[in-house]
Design a protein around this ligand. Structure first.
Ligand SMILES: Cc1cc2nc3c(=O)[nH]c(=O)nc-3n(C[C@H](O)[C@H](O)[C@H](O)COP(=O)(O)OP(=O)(O)OC[C@H]3O[C@@H](n4cnc5c(N)ncnc54)[C@H](O)[C@@H]3O)c2cc1C
Length: 310
């Protein structure tokens, strides 16, 4: 058995999601290879080769993979598949985009969003927005799965010495083209990899209040800013800050929920956080059921006090 892990990267840096997916791969078998599909991505392959537990890195370097379009990546992975018993990708937008195509090309079913490896073909995954955990056994000859990266520890990024092998990269499938991307520029850490997150909810009432209350606290803590869907839908902050079932899944060391009630769809995205602090005027708010520390207070008073004391 050999496990192939698809690397999440931006052609320059290996993303932490890859390290968590490698840990999931190592829980299946000790022979883990990493595929880096990118353009001018040699530095990424070199980083992947340092990860402890990785025995080989495959580098598919081509302009066709510059933006990792699913239509180009899927045939590449399907072509490499015969050598592998398992193919894993992080359950990120990239992984969720191309891996179902690989599974269709190989005519095998896939398992989405695994949170635990029980044995080589049995996995746990959350269902009903995380309210139940399903144990899924896949009897396919080849296992294709996305990995919920917050459920696995990060593999050590240094200390390994895998070989890097170039693989025939393949051409542009010509089915899609990259037009543009607009990325929010922020000096704060990225939401899914931040170790501290301060999130605001509907109670913030405006974008100005995010700037006035949430951002200074996040900056004092060196954390990221998150939000509930109610805050996003109301236009207080952009939707890439949304945490939850239809937003980002996060599991930081510290999650501070300010004026967020804790609807199940929000909890689905953050309840695995190591320490949860809630600041809310309503002690009956559902967030209290998952909070390690609950401060019954008006955020307009409590948050500036907390920020000043840090
Ligand atoms: C299919 C589906 C998917 C969804 N996906 C998501 C998702 O991904 N993420 C998500 O967040 N939601 C999601 N939702 C929406 C979710 O159901 C809730 O509506 C939403 O999370 C509520 O946001 P909120 O907690 O900010 O607002 P509210 O529920 O209105 O809560 C506001 C809280 O602020 C408190 N408060 C009020 N004033 C103050 C004050 N001055 N100081 C301190 N506290 C105060 C209140 O006591 C209350 O608890 C989804 C819903 C559906 C149906």
């Amino acid at each position: 058995m050999t496990v192939l892990v698809y690397a999440e990267h931006d052609n320059q840096e290996l993303k932490p999601a890859t390290l968590a997916t490698i840990t999931a791969g190592l829980a299946i078998d000790s022979d883990v290879h990493v595929l880096v599909a990118g353009a001018n991505a040699k530095a990424v392959a070199d980083s992947a080769s340092q990860v402890v537990g990785v025995s080989k890195v495959l580098l598919a370097d081509s302009p066709a993979f510059a933006n990792q379009l699913a239509e180009n990546v899927a045939p590449l992975v399907a072509n490499l598949a015969p050598a592998y018993s398992h193919i894993l990708a992080p359950a990120t937008t990239t992984g969720k985009n191309f891996l179902p195509r690989v599974s269709a090309l190989l005519d095998v079913n896939m398992v989405s969003d695994i949170t635990k490896v029980i044995d080589t073909n049995t996995f746990e995954r959350p269902i009903y927005a995380g309210n139940a955990i399903a144990t899924v056994q896949n009897t396919e000859s080849k296992i294709i799965a996305t990995v919920r990266t917050t459920a696995f520890d990060l593999a050590n990024a240094t200390g390994g010495s895998a070989v890097v092998e170039n693989v025939s990269a393949g051409d542009d499938a010509g089915k899609s083209s990259f037009v543009k991307e607009e990325l929010a520029v922020s000096a704060r850490p990225e939401l899914t990899s931040a170790s501290i997150i301060v999130s605001g909810g509907r109670a913030l009432a405006s974008g100005e209040n995010f700037t006035k209350y949430i951002e200074p606290l996040a900056d004092k803590l060196g954390g990221a800013v998150g939000a509930s869907r109610a805050a996003v839908d109301a236009g207080f902050v952009p939707n890439d800050l949304q945490v939850g079932q239809t937003g980002k899944i996060v599991a930081p060391n510290l999650y501070i929920a300010v004026g967020i009630s804790g609807a199940i769809q929000h909890l689905a995205g953050m309840k695995d956080s190591k320490t949860i602090v809630a600041i809310n005027t309503d002690p009956e708010a559902p967030i209290a059921s998952v909070a390690d520390y609950f401060l019954e207070a008006d955020y307009q008073v409590a948050v500036p006090e907390l920020t000043a004391k840090l």
